[in-house]
Design a protein around this ligand. Structure first.
Ligand code: ADP
Ligand code: MG
Length: 674
């Protein structure tokens, strides 16, 4: 007896060889074959009169062959067959290439169905290489993603066998199906492959989209609630008052609330798994510092992971400034340390002599060990994949984890990507912040812009000019940013101190530049997007972004977040000569909004989810049929149902939910394999 988990090799008509090909396509079981959906359909039911067919559109015509089939041999390898067909509305010429077998089967005077693209002109319609069926055929034919060694027809045949020999288990409880008008699993699988009518196909699709989004959210939710074991790190004492006395400002109410939400988790005996979302400049670093401070005073180590060395170094300076007077030892681990430095640092970590470690992904290396790691924080989370996020945690005994993000992930996607996390939001800026004025101009304004920058520099402020990264490659040692820097330094800004910062500089050089920019010695910094994340210099109040059209919206928002951090009014100028409506629309989004959430949503809408997330960045399994953005309404409906269901059956032990539970464990396997 076949089940969904039966190896595909044992399906009738497969065998060892074909099984290999199928498995290359990810079809390893009979169940997976049934979930291998067609990529398109030929609808033989929608027959059109010839005279009404539209040029260049695929359509289906039912017509009689009214001429003999004329054969011409073009060259050795090419034979062409031509004939005319007619229905009551008109006629068209059909051409077949090299399809000897088919051509010899066709009979003059008989009626057939022709499916293909109509071309030609007003006087003559033509169809080349149509798919041809007996006129009695009445169905919608599935087209599968085929390859040279596995045709769509063959897949269709195998799916037919599987559909008829397997009884699929229902994954959606009846009540939920009823409430949302969804058909059952049997109907939907049969009709996604072999729909009798377009309406049936739609119904099947709707159900499968819902199911996919339902299982995904149920899985993430389940993970959130049940995968957490116990933690060895229990925070007993809250040293927040002491922390407050170590920093030069008072925490905002939002910061205090978020810190308390985290401390509550950390005192519960279960590992915290929390995301902090806060727009650029909302003060996430202070929250991280507070939690690391409290963790250290409770006797545990903590680690802060940043996506770039510059940021790691900056965090290290901030943290050690706060901590060391209390006797908390801080360390910095990045790729640029010498082997000796690294080894002594690792040794100290292992012995527990360092309480707070800051680093880049160098922290993920296997031989970094801890004495008693209690808290892991990753900053600017969107730069790390889900897989990397999980990597530090095994280094302790279920340590608490906190991820911080400036929310370039739109709400819709955040729901899914961070579905396994609890969320805290910093929805308040530190007091005294002024909004940033943003302007979009073209290069004809350049001189005026330079004068404008000088005005700020003369008042003692600092500024950035950001250049896009143009295909930096290994052999190229001069970047566009360095050229631009040379030009400005000896020209327009020769009376000012100008600095250069780009990704290809040696870490020590980067550090030196950042240090003197932070100290106010450099007035104008020419930089690439290395400054995008996290860099914090409140005296910098003007930013000019060259070729602004080359940046993503969220990236522009992040860049702009480098200014407007202090008590002075800040301005951001986006330069672009690109006049396309699309660019205009995008830059206007930045000009008109300072809300990271809104910008991310617009970015997603303009670019689509695939682009937005980059290739598999998010570490979620590929969606088979659902489109997280286009189907976001169903996403929400399914999310509500998940909540509802898990309330009434938190462990899914109800027999009605067995099918769902199995789907969820299959999903976990995929998530872990990613
Ligand atoms: P982000 O959330 O973008 O990481 P940062 O943590 O870098 O923001 O903080 C931005 C700036 O605001 C820093 O200069 C920081 O010192 C300052 N800051 C943070 N919290 C407060 C506060 N409560 N009051 C005043 N300034 C604050
Ligand atoms: Mg930050």
């Amino acid at each position: 007896m076949l089940t969904a988990s039966t190896d595909i090799q044992y399906l009738k008509g497969v065998g060892e060889k074909r099984a290999v090909v199928l498995k290359q396509k990810g079809i390893d079981t009979v169940g997976a074959l049934l979930r291998f959906y067609p990529r398109a359909y030929l609808d033989w039911t929608a027959v059109k009169p010839i005279s009404e067919t539209l040029f260049f559109e695929n359509c289906c015509v039912k017509a009689k062959i009214i001429t003999p089939i004329k054969t011409s041999y073009i060259r050795k390898s090419m034979t062409i067959y031509k004939f005319w067909v007619e229905d009551s509305s008109g006629r068209m010429e059909v051409t077949l290439f090299n399809q000897k077998f088919l051509a010899e089967k066709l009979r003059e005077g008989r009626e057939y169905l022709f499916y293909g693209k109509v071309e030609g002109n007003l006087f003559k319609r033509e169809m080349s290489s149509p798919t041809i069926m007996e006129s009695g055929y009445n169905g919608i034919e599935p087209i599968y993603p085929a390859s040279y060694n596995l045709s769509s027809k063959m897949i269709e045949k195998l799916v037919k066998t599987a559909v008829s020999s397997l009884c699929l288990e229902e994954t959606l409880p009846e009540e939920i199906r009823k409430r949302n008008g969804l058909c059952d699993i049997k109907f939907s699988i049969e009709n996604i492959h072999f729909p009798r009518t377009p309406e049936n196909l739609e119904r099947a699709k709707k159900r499968l989209v819902f199911e996919e989004l339902f299982v995904l959210q149920a899985g993430l939710n389940f993970l959130k609630k049940h995968s957490r074991g116990k933690t060895g790190c229990k925070i007993e004492k809250n040293y927040l008052g002491e922390f407050q006395s170590k920093i030069p400002f008072s925490l905002t109410n939002a910061q205090i609330r978020v810190i308390n939400e985290a401390l509550y988790d950390m005192s519960s005996g279960k590992p915290m798994n929390r995301l902090i979302q806060g727009d650029v400049g909302s003060g996430k670093t202070a929250v991280a510092a507070a939690l690391m401070f409290v963790t250290a005073l409770n006797g545990f180590q903590s680690a802060l992971m940043a996506p770039t060395e510059i940021l790691a170094e900056q965090h290290f300076k901030t943290l050690s400034g706060i901590m060391e007077s209390t006797g908390i030892k801080c360390g910095l681990l990045t790729g640029s340390l010498t082997k000796k430095q690294k080894n002594s640092l690792k040794d100290a970590l292992k012995k527990g002599e360092i309480d707070v470690i800051v680093g880049t992904h160098a922290l993920l290396v296997d031989d970094v060990e801890f004495d008693n790691l209690g808290l892991v924080i990753t900053d600017e989370q969107h730069r790390f994949g889900v897989a990397q996020r999980g990597k530090l945690s095994p280094k302790g005994e279920n340590p608490h984890t906190l991820v911080m993000s400036a929310t370039p992930i739109p709400r819709t996607l955040g729901l899914i990507i961070y579905g396994d996390l609890d969320i805290s939001i910093i929805d308040e800026y530190p007091k005294g912040r002024q909004s940033i004025d943003t302007y979009c101009v073209d290069t004809s304004y350049r001189q005026r812009i330079y004068n404008y920058i000088k005005k700020f520099l003369d008042e003692g402020r600092q500024g950035y000019i950001v250049c896009p990264l143009v295909e930096e490659n290994e052999t190229m040692d001069i970047t566009p940013a360095s050229e631009y820097y040379e030009k400005l330094k000896s020209g327009e800004f020769k009376d000012y101190t100008v600095g250069l910062l780009h990704g290809k500089m040696k870490p020590q050089d980067k550090d030196r530049v950042m240090r003197s920019f932070a100290a106010g010695e450099i007035q104008l910094l020419i930089a690439t997007t290395v400054i995008e994340v996290g860099i914090d210099v409140p005296n910098a109040v003007i930013m000019v972004i060259e070729n602004a059209e080359r940046f993503g919206l969220s990236q522009l928002h992040q860049l702009r977040g480098r200014i407007g951090r202090g008590k002075h009014k800040s301005s951001c100028i986006l330069i672009s000569d690109n006049k396309s409506p699309d660019t205009k629309k995008r830059l206007n989004v930045i000009k008109n909004s300072c809300d990271g959430f809104k910008i991310a949503d617009a970015d997603l809408e303009l670019r689509g989810p695939g682009d937005f997330l980059g290739s598999r960045q998010h570490g979620l399994p590929d969606m088979k049929i659902a489109d997280i953005f286009a189907d976001r309404e169903i996403l929400h409906l399914a999310g509500k149902e998940v909540e509802f269901l898990l309330k009434s059956d938190p462990t899914l032990k109800n027999p009605e939910n067995t099918g769902l539970r199995k789907e969820i464990s299959a999903l976990y396997k995929k998530l872990n394999a990613n």
